[in-house]
Every structure is written in C-alpha cells, then in structure tokens.
Design a protein around this ligand. Structure first.
Ligand SMILES: Cc1cc2nc3c(=O)[nH]c(=O)nc-3n(C[C@H](O)[C@H](O)[C@H](O)COP(=O)(O)OP(=O)(O)OC[C@H]3O[C@@H](n4cnc5c(N)ncnc54)[C@H](O)[C@@H]3O)c2cc1C
Length: 440
C-alpha cells in the first residue's frame, strides 16, 4: 500500500509539472510556429530534467522511508537507468531552447549560444551545470565506469550537487514557465526543499547522530580464511541499535587513510546485542588495508539498510544459496531462521575447502538439526562432496522441494544470474526469490 502511495506521489508531481507547463507554454506548442514549438518543448525538457535530477537525489540519498519499501539495490538500479534517460533531457533542453532563440533572431545556433553568455551569471551557471552533468553521465557509462576506480567515479558523481546549485538561478530568473507564476515558483522551491531536507537528514544528520549515540569502535579483527576476516565492533547502547539479519550498513573507519571512504558490508551476525560483526573479503586496495585497522578505532555506521531480511519469507521452508563472501548476510539469516525453527537448506559455493567461511559456525547449526548444508566446490580435486557450480541439476537433486521454498541468494554476479535462471526453470515463483547484490 505504501509503495503505491510513493508511485502516486510521483505521478501527481509529474502531473503538476506538466500542468504548470501547459498553462504557460501549451499555447506555444499549439501555435504551429517553429520558434514557439521549439521553445515550448525546450521548456518542458528543462523542467523534466530538473524533476528527474531531484528524483535521482532522493533515490540514492539513502532516504530511509523509500529505502525501507524498495531496498537499496533496487533504488540503485532505478537510479542508474533513470540517469541514462536524463541524458536525453540534458541534450534536448539547451538544444531546443537555443535553437528557438536562434530562429527568432535569425542567427546561427552557435552565435546565439555564445551570445547567451552576455545574459549574466545565471546563464553562465546553467552552462557550467550542463558541462558537469555531462561529465557525470559520461563517467557512469558502463565502459568508462569499468575503467574508473570506484572512488574516482564517486567523487566525480559529487559534481552533481555543484551542477544543481549553479543551474538553479537561471530556472527562476529566465524560465518562461516561472515568470509571473508565483505558485509554480513556490512549488518548485518546495520540491528542492523537500529533496534536500531528506538528503541532509539521511545522508548527514542520521549517521552523525548514530555515531554520537552508539560510539562504534573496532573491538577485534579475526581471520576467517586466508583472504577473509571478521571485524567485531563494540559500542554503547548497542541493544538499541535496531538492525536485522541480512541487512548491511556503510562503514567509515576513522583511521589514517580511511577517513574519506565509506564501504558497504553486511552484518554477518546479529545474535549478540553487545557486538556487531561484519566479514570482509580482501578484494581490492581498501579491503586489503582494512585488516590492519587497530582495535579502538572509531567507526561511523550509516545504516542499517536493505530489505534482504527474514521478514520477506512467506513460508516455513527456506533455501539459502551463497557464493564466496556472499555468505555474510546469509549467515545472519540462518541464525534468524533457526531461531524461528524454520526448515533451512544451504547451498554454499566456493572454490576450495580452504575458502569456506564460517565452517565451524555452520556445523553448529547442522549438529542441532537447524540446517542442512551442501558445500559445492569448483576447484578442489580432493573434495569428496558436490563438485562444480550450483546449477539447475544440483538444485533439483539436492533440494527436490525447491518450488515450495522461499529462496535467499547472495554471491558473485555471474553466479546470481545463473542461479536465478535455474530457479525460474525449476518453477520457483519470482516473488519468492530475494537477492542481495554486492554492487551499488
Ligand atoms: C549491499 C552490499 C553489501 C556488501 N557486503 C559485503 C560483505 O559483507 N563482505 C564483503 O567482503 N563485501 C561486501 N560488499 C562488497 C564490498 O563493499 C566491496 O567488496 C568493497 O567495497 C570493495 O572495496 P575495495 O576498494 O577493496 O575493492 P575495489 O577493487 O576497489 O572494488 C571492487 C568493487 O567493489 C565496489 N566498491 C568499491 N568501493 C566501494 C564503495 N566505497 N562503496 C560501494 N561499493 C564499492 C565496486 O563495485 C568495485 O568495482 C558489499 C557490497 C554491497 C553493495
């Protein structure tokens, strides 16, 4: 129901924007003259550009009330897709409006474009914003994104806020739909206020408050395998820190070399109320260095986030499937399901026996009949159990009642894609498959 309220709010606001534009620029569109038609279309593409940019900020600003409904990864996916569609408005707005002005003044497009700089700083701000938005969009195109380090891409992305700031002036001072329309101008400013209040609260104030309230600190770091380690965090009032199995948070370790970065990690155990635990695989420069962080280091924790939680299960039978370090949220889910006496089967894919994380902890669940485990190893000739990858044949044979189960899945991208396909072939309803992606 609440999801539909969000959809409704989106459609209503879009309708308001179209409505105001129509009142002011609709007649231009219908006039049949090229100059007027171009101007009218240029104006609506500008309005939609800003509308969707603000929506983007809301989607990715860790806005709690939206994130709880849709989940962080889904919002990140929509953010990515809508980012691409934004580029159309970004091109259309200056193209159509300047073209219209050029036709009206009977000069070339470029002459008109260059003459706009004489209109003062508002228009100059808009041109700067255009260039910044273009840089951000280009940096997010898959090919460029793969070449950029995550941190570089992230810092480039922050230019969006500068672009939003520098483009604001020209909208109200020069925008034809706003001149003489105080109601629309007030509505427009209210949109900005709403989005940036949410951003300030969820992105800044909430993590600072949480830091002050819980005072998270590194307690100890314990190796789990040769390339995976668990970080235990202590703090104060932790019994009041409200997080659930399967959720994650963004962690900023306040130690030399780590201040500027925050990284997402899932809670790998939620049973002890005095401690938090995350488990990290050494995958890159940051996770390689993090293992050396010293006990006592303060940590800012932005979260919990995510809806990969036990609450989503519709029945008593559960299949959990993990690949590699994807076991982290799965481990905490197993704890929660076993406390609820659910029938849980785990398919756990790794390369070798030495890569299995939480082997002893999982054995404890097995010994109390809370869990059935099938380890599937792809690169261990000495292994006597299941070999290869988790695929349709193995799921059918090892979990014959799979279609009657809720399925939780977390692992590397190729594995997730393959397993999702296999599950669907085996008749598991899409509504009963929940997955967590380790990429934003
Ligand atoms: C919701 C979620 C939960 C996760 N839970 C765990 C977990 O429990 N254990 C675990 O080991 N890993 C987890 N990860 C993955 C973990 O965040 C990355 O492996 C880690 O940030 C890589 O950092 P790096 O600089 O060492 O590696 P790099 O080689 O620099 O990055 C590898 C990939 O990690 C991603 N990444 C890098 N930096 C960031 C960042 N600051 N924020 C977001 N993504 C980033 C990018 O997709 C990048 O391509 C999770 C990721 C997400 C999105």
């Amino acid at each position: 129901m609440r999801k539909y309220s969000v959809y409704l709010a989106f459609v209503l606001n879009l309708a308001i924007v179209f409505g105001f534009w129509w009142v002011r620029s609709g007649s231009l569109l219908l006039s049949g003259e090229a100059v007027a038609t171009l101007l009218s279309l240029g104006r609506i593409s500008g309005l939609l550009l800003v509308f969707f940019v603000l929506l983007q900020v809301l989607l990715i600003g860790r806005t709690g009330w939206i994130e709880r409904l849709f989940g962080f990864d889904k919002l990140a996916r929509v953010h990515r897709l809508s980012g691409y569609s934004l580029s159309a408005f970004l091109v259309l707005h200056p193209l159509l409006t300047v073209w219209s002005y050029a036709l009206e003044s009977e000069v070339s497009y470029w002459n008109k474009f260059l003459s706009l700089f004489n209109f003062g700083e508002d228009i100059q701000g808009a041109v700067i914003a255009f260039m910044l938005f273009a840089i951000v969009i280009v940096s997010s195109i898959t090919i460029a994104r793969r070449k950029l380090k995550y941190e570089s891409w992230y810092f480039v992305h922050l230019l969006v806020y500068v672009a939003i700031l520098t483009s604001f002036g020209h909208q109200l001072s020069l925008g034809g739909d706003f001149r003489g329309q105080t109601t629309f101008s007030a509505y427009w400013m209210a949109l900005y206020l709403f989005v940036f209040t949410n951003l300030l609260f969820f992105r800044l104030l909430r993590p600072i408050y949480s830091f002050w309230r819980y005072r998270f600190r590194v307690l100890k770091i314990v190796p789990e395998t040769s390339d995976t380690y668990s970080i235990y965090l202590s703090g104060r009032n932790l019994e009041k820190f409200n997080f659930r199995s399967g959720q994650f948070a963004l962690f900023r370790f306040l130690a030399k070399g780590h201040f500027l970065q925050e990284h997402p990690f899932s809670f790998s155990d939620v049973s002890g109320k005095e401690l938090l635990r995350i488990t990290v695989k050494n995958l890159g420069d940051y996770t390689k260095d993090l293992v050396a962080v010293t006990p006592g280091t303060l940590v800012m924790v932005d979260g919990p986030h995510g809806i990969f939680t036990p609450k989503r299960a519709t029945g008593n039978k559960i299949l959990v499937i993990a690949g590699g370090v994807g076991i982290t949220p799965i481990r905490s889910l197993i704890g929660a399901f076993s406390a609820e006496n659910k029938d849980v089967v785990l398919l756990y894919g790794n390369k070798t026996q030495a890569d299995i994380v939480f082997g002893q902890e999982l054995d404890k669940f097995i010994s109390t009949n809370k869990l059935k485990l099938h380890n599937v190893l792809s690169g261990d000739p000495a292994w006597q159990g299941e070999k290869g990858f988790i695929d349709e044949e193995k799921i059918r044979r090892l979990v014959p009642d799979v279609s009657a189960r809720d399925v939780y899945l977390c692992g590397p991208d190729p594995m997730m894609k393959a397993v999702l396909g296999a599950l669907q072939k085996l008749g598991v309803s899409r509504n009963k498959i929940y997955f967590e992606e380790f990429a934003l």
